[in-house]
Design a binder for this molecule. Sequence first.
Ligand code: ZN
Length: 203
Amino acid sequence: MKLICIGRNYTDHIKELANERPTDPVVFIKPDSAILPKDQDFYIPDFTNDVHHEVEVLVKIKKVGKHIDERFAHTYYDEVGLGIDFTARDLQSQLKEKGLPWEKAKGFDGAAVIGKWLPKSDFPDVNNLKFSLFKNGEEVQKGNTGLMLWKIDELISYVSRFFMLKKGDIIFTGTPAGVGRVATNDYLAGVLEGQELFSLKVK
Ligand code: ZN
């Protein structure tokens, strides 16, 4: 399976990193080895001094599809979740400067936190989901899927033009503002519509 990640999908986060507003979704892939095993602590890797948390709404693909029409995109997933796209920001900045791929900064072991899944049917509108990340009890990131530049169905349709979607693939839909550095002993918890879907400690 693969993790398909969307960058720059919230205007407020584009501003905080002084990035250009994209004309198409920014897409990258994390390998399945990036998934942090359930209930395991996150270890800051030795090649970075600046790992950032990016809390993101997740969508789990339930069947094979390519060139999916936006009208049918909603039939390709039944579950939504919440996770973290951990990013070695210092390494990513160096790579971006040189025009090199981001994989080392985004796809390293443990860089993908995947929380508990919830049925999409629990929610009246997936385009109006509130979510937050708490660091040591303080709310550091706060978003709503209604503020995405590209909505979930548009993302499914768009990425399926390039990558065949397979059952079990997960889409990371982008992070809102408030990304920041994590430090040893930080405790992170992600909440979607009032439900805590993951928590972990940074080592
Ligand atoms: Zn991200």
